[in-house]
Design a protein around this ligand. Sequence first.
Ligand SMILES: *[C@@H]1O[C@H](CO)[C@@H](O)[C@H](O)[C@H]1NC(C)=O
Ligand SMILES: *[C@@H]1O[C@H](CO)[C@@H](O)[C@H](O)[C@H]1NC(C)=O
Ligand SMILES: *[C@@H]1O[C@H](CO)[C@@H](O)[C@H](O)[C@H]1NC(C)=O
Length: 608
Amino acid sequence: MVLKGHRMLLIILDLFLCKTTRGHVFLPQNPKTVSMVQELVKEGAVEALKKCFSSRMEFGTAGLRAAMGPGTSCMNDLTIIQTTQVVLITLRSGGVVIGYDARAHPPSGGSSKRFASLAAAVFISRGVPVHLFSDITPTPFVPFTVLHLGLCAGIMVTASHNPKQDNGYKVYWENGAQIVSPHDKGISQSIEENLEPWPESWSTEEALKSPLLKDPYQDIHTQYFKAIQKHCHHRDINKSSKVKIVHTSVHGVGHTFVQSAFKAFDLHPPYAVEEQKDPDPEFPTVKYPNPEEGEGVLTLSFALAEREGATVVLANDPDADRLAVAEKQESGQWRVFSGNELGALLGWWMFRCWEKLNSDAAAVKNVYMLSSTVSSKILRGIALKEGFHFEETLTGFKWMGNRARDLLDQGKTVLFAFEEAIGYMCSSSVLDKDGVSAAAIAGEMISYLATKSSSLSQQLTAIYEEYGYHISKNSYFICHDQDVIHSLFDRLRNYSGQKDSYPTECGRFSISAVRDLTTGYDSNQPSNKAVLPTSRSSQMITFTFSNGGVATMRTSGTEPKIKYYTELCAAPGNSNVTHLKKELDDLVDAIVDNFFEPEKNKLQPKPE
Ligand SMILES: *[C@@H]1O[C@H](CO)[C@@H](O)[C@H](O)[C@H]1NC(C)=O
Ligand SMILES: *[C@@H]1O[C@H](CO)[C@@H](O)[C@H](O)[C@H]1NC(C)=O
Ligand SMILES: *[C@@H]1O[C@H](CO)[C@@H](O)[C@H](O)[C@H]1NC(C)=O
């Protein structure tokens, strides 16, 4: 068996290292990658080689995301060239922008900067003008540049908050948003059909000297901060606000950009966490470079805040497209806001600022806010009372970005979009989440609240009192077995033995509506047809309960998980929080007992 696997691998390796069917040299010209493979072959590391070569990484919902290393399943010079060649042949003509973060993987010779220059070489070799940033930038700079310069695509080389060995490749289309179907599927298929690298694709040195190559860094730096200044509405508050803020960029790209953003808003610069402020691909002070993991990532920030007497911590993820916020409470404890809570605060703030500038009551009908289906419905509560529109999109900012584009094209104002995974779009200059503008806007909101002797926590309570409490609880089960996942979801859609017979109650809770975005069923729509796009390849069912509860169960495209997202949306005036929390806990227990039970011994609970 091993021998057979080994032989097969040697054939693949032979192809990889030597010749294609057409006889061209197919060598990955990164000597480090080559020697890594040779080492593995010498050691007879069949399993490791299999992992690298036996499958091809998929160009999926967020582009590419995989470990850096040799082989078809990894991020390396060759797979970057193959992908970029296909992006190129899929494009309309026009220029492209390419950005990169600070990731590097010395053993395989891969780095974001190297991958970005290879991508540039591919475009230049076919006469496409390239705007290649000469230094690291936050991810949102790429979609900003696509719109600002009217380009036909943008590529960002980043693995965001993934572990240090990973990298990724994100593609934005000419509309300024991440690519969606059919372009993503088209690219995915064409890669298989176009594996052979063009010889010139390796010529990074020539490309870097080409007159087709421009460095947009200075110009975009200026233009970006000018654009986000539109959202600075309280330029005078720095004089009266005494609030002190700490910022960490978690060894990523965010530091200088957030400092500049605060400057653009005339705010006192935040105190930077010294150990984490400079880019470092080893992420030495954190276990995972993900501020969503909460307190562990923020330990150094809290320590600095205590030393400086700061009461708020802002944290970006390493590519600065997301933002986490924590606030010191009167008890002395730190409260890390959930993505939903920060969504409520920023949504409220964006609307208040808009309202201040727009006294015309009719204009509110033109205003939209968006959030993903698994995020809090608090914006719906605010929209109902204030008279603007709220819409849900599928999970992931590519959906919100593209929906925002449609609305903008119809002349609407898109004030704000967010998802619970701490992603916020506060400015339509960037049709994606943006942790830099969100940090400055949060900074202004915090300073403003401080001048009113209020805090984020107090304001959040005020929002809930005014628009209704929204309490959420999200978790997941781990499941590696697709059959178990299928039988669990199929049972829910076949509850009384017939197709589309979903449960009508769950324990003591009665269900008022069901939306199944795997099959396209929605009990709330005429002829039960869901409006949002459906996808057979992932599981997602949303139950709405008569008591104001909403629960979505879904599988994750990238992890072996069944996630569940629950929220209790109370009517304004119902402020018995103890009761609401108890009601939500009971609802979650009922869901776990009734909907997960038959498969429960095959699922692992979320680790504590
Ligand atoms: C505070 O605002 C004033 C007025 O806009 C500005 O001149 C000053 O530089 C600001 N101070 C800081 C520390 O940003
Ligand atoms: C639903 O249940 C019926 C009756 O038990 C069964 O015949 C059918 O195959 C089920 N359909 C699905 C999709 O599981
Ligand atoms: C709030 O809810 C709790 C638990 O359901 C209940 O015991 C309590 O009486 C309620 N308080 C008020 C003020 O209604």
